[in-house]
Design a protein around this ligand. Structure first.
Ligand code: URA
Length: 200
């Protein structure tokens, strides 16, 4: 058993906020533990809550298509979320929930040591770049402390809007070149710390 699977079991037993009382299943995350890329979504939806796995509904199917466009299968990356339990009715995550859940993603990233963190949607982006807007940040990489961060729109938002769909597809295609340039084995920055980032 790996340290990450131990951690994910700990996450599965979390009762630190109200969301734990309403969930069907916790969704800690899944994928390759030695993945170069960690993709971070917002929170489990209905399908994910039922199955205990991230991105298994329509947004997940689209994410798999996007990954396939750069020659990757979901088993080759690590996929998880800012929140590990589903907010009722798929409402937006609340600041207190994000703050309570933050420790889990921090610890997952410390164990994963990806070379690139891809944020999906504004809640995931805000965790690393508070104060930024997704319309400004999407499709741009920032490198800090050896880690490459790349912000994308959320696949669910892009699913039914042709313009966003084209944008997210184009953004995904930028990842291979950025990854090829990315240094190895950096330390991820704990969330919400002041940044001194340069745009690539
Ligand atoms: N949307 C997310 O942000 N995460 C999931 O796991 C599924 C849908």
């Amino acid at each position: 058993m790996s340290a990450l699977s131990d951690l994910n079991r700990e996450i599965a037993n979390c009762r630190q906020c109200e969301l734990s009382r309403q969930r069907t299943r916790v969704v800690p995350g899944e994928g390759a533990e030695d993945a170069a890329i960690a993709l971070i979504g917002e929170a489990p939806g209905w399908h994910e809550d039922q199955q205990g796995r991230p991105f298994v509904g329509p947004a997940g199917q689209f994410l798999e298509e996007l990954l396939a466009s750069i020659g990757l299968k979901r088993s080759q990356v690590y996929i998880c979320n800012v929140l590990k339990c589903r907010p009722p009715g798929n409402r937006d995550p609340q600041p207190a929930e994000i703050a309570t859940c933050q420790q889990w993603l921090d610890r997952q990233l410390q164990l994963l040591h990806p070379r690139m963190i891809v944020t999906l949607g504004r809640y995931s982006m805000a965790r690393f770049f508070p104060g930024e807007t997704i319309s400004r940040m999407h499709g741009k990489a920032r490198r800090e402390g050896g880690m490459t961060y790349f912000a994308m729109y959320h696949p669910a938002a892009a699913l039914h809007q042709q313009k966003l769909r084209d944008t997210i597809k184009a953004d995904m295609l930028k990842i291979p070149a950025l990854l090829a340039d990315a240094p190895g084995v950096p330390e991820p920055r704990p969330a919400n710390q002041p940044q001194q980032l340069s745009l690539l």
